[in-house]
Design a protein around this ligand. Structure first.
Ligand code: PFF
Length: 436
């Protein structure tokens, strides 16, 4: 389809905000702090930065190139490059479904916490925050909020690429930055905050270069940058021909790292200030933070502000994997956008419901998370790198990176070298390690 007929994102800023919207989500705000907390604070940050540079950015560029060149959904894109590679697109669509099966659940928790902060009930309860979290988990409410989140995502995606996704990201992403900076400034004035900075910014290199830490950091880089599952392929199919892929991927990565860092700078000082443990795990944001807010003046207001942040960040990410499936259904089966979005939402509700009821004794939440982040995304990224370098015509990547010779002439060969040797070998290494 020509660029004129197909929807496209507006200017440079829109492209960055929309792609950063996909990247920045629960990965940066919820997953990063608790993994960093468990793996030595700043030590983890260092390896994470290296992983973004060595595997995240090159893999994102490969996906951008595939998407913009073909201007198709994930399946159509890989198929039009080579009919033998369309399965890579299908694996992306399947991965988007698996992620839907658990991501909406955590996003739903944040919606519930936002509502309970705003109506004050969270701080009026006689239960501790841990008990509240457990009571919430044991009730029907997580399913209710999860479905509410899917419907919210549905509303935006069904409005289309420009009026829905682009417009929402242009409003939500700046709001997210403002809230995060506001929170970081607020916690800096809490007693004992300095202990948190010390913990988060102290560097333990022995911990940083343990194979396990490297593995976690690379996994985090894939998840956080949304690479390895066709998401960036789908988004890049809406980029304009003169978009500079290299600078877009750098900007998106820098923003993602910045938000992960800021999230750490909000969470750790707050945790230490309240005398709590930074290694709380997944519950860090949902149990520890309310505890902290409760000791502050205007607890409900700060808590509501924080959970607005988590909801916004999650929403710009759920939109992106919803779009992977919606674009696939609408282009491959010639369905209208509204119908495709409705099918995607119905599928997401079904998957999330399965996750709640742990059908057939299988814990779907853990299974979906494991399969997507540890298997499909690394494999998808690895194979995409191999495809664009070894199976496409020699100049495929160079043409995409330089916009046919007009930009990035000197840095493009470096990226091609990385994609040829460094990135695939590193991904292969983590993949094998992960399996063992
Ligand atoms: N990058 C998102 C996050 O860090 O929360 C998660 C994600 C979004 C993964 C979209 C994959 C994807 F296609």
């Amino acid at each position: 389809m020509s660029e004129n007929k197909r929807a496209s994102f507006g200017g440079k800023l829109s492209v960055i905000l929309v792609s950063a919207g996909s990247a920045i989500g629960l990965g940066a705000i919820w997953r990063f702090p608790y993994i960093a907390g468990k793996h030595g604070g700043a030590a983890f940050l260092v390896v994470f930065l290296l992983s973004v540079l060595a595997v995240g950015i090159p893999a994102m560029l490969a996906e951008f190139a595939v998407g913009r060149k073909t201007r198709k959904n994930a399946v159509g894109a890989f198929r039009s490059l080579s009919k033998y590679w369309s399965w890579l697109g299908y694996s992306g669509v399947i991965c988007a479904m698996l992620i839907s099966g658990y991501y909406y659940i955590i996003a739903g928790w944040s919606l519930e916490y936002l509502v309970n902060s705003a109506d004050g009930s969270m701080f009026a309860s006689s239960l501790t925050f841990k008990e509240q979290f457990e009571a919430f988990q044991g009730s029907y409410r997580p399913l209710f909020y999860c479905i509410a989140f899917i419907l919210l995502t549905h509303f935006i995606v069904s409005r289309g690429v420009e009026k829905g996704i682009e417009k929402a990201s242009r409003i939500m992403m700046p709001a997210l930055f403002v809230i995060l900076v506001l929170m970081a400034v607020r916690v800096a004035f809490m007693p004992n905050a300095v202990e948190g900075y010390r913990f988060f910014l102290s560097c333990d290199f022995a911990e940083a270069f343990k194979p396990e830490t490297i593995m976690m950091a690379m996994g985090q880089a894939f998840f956080s940058l949304s690479v390895g599952m066709g998401c960036m392929v789908t988004y890049a199919s809406y980029f304009k021909n003169n978009n500079n892929l290299l600078s877009t991927s750098f900007n998106v990565s820098i923003l993602t790292i910045l938000v992960s860092l800021l999230a750490g700078l909000v969470i750790f000082p707050a945790v230490f200030s309240a005398g709590l443990q930074p290694t709380e795990g997944p519950a860090l944001v949902f149990v520890t933070l309310p505890e902290i807010f409760s000791g502050m003046p205007l607890a409900a207001v700060w808590s509501a502000i924080f959970f607005v942040l988590v909801v916004l960040a999650s929403l710009t990410s759920t939109i992106s994997f919803h779009e992977v499936i919606t674009a696939y259904l609408s282009e491959e089966f010639k369905l209208s956008r509204k119908v495709s979005a409705a099918i995607t939402s119905a599928l997401s509700i079904l998957l999330c419901t399965m996750t709640f009821f742990s059908l057939f004794g299988v814990d779907f939440f853990t299974l979906f998370d494991y399969l997507s982040a540890n298997i499909i995304m690394p494999l998808g990224a690895l194979l995409t790198c191999i495809l664009v370098i070894w199976f496409m015509k020699k100049n495929f990547m160079k043409e995409q990176l330089t916009n046919n010779g007009s930009v990035n002439k000197y840095i493009a060969p470096v990226v091609v070298f990385m994609l040829k040797y460094v990135t695939p070998l590193l991904i292969f290494y983590i993949f094998i390690k992960n399996f063992i």
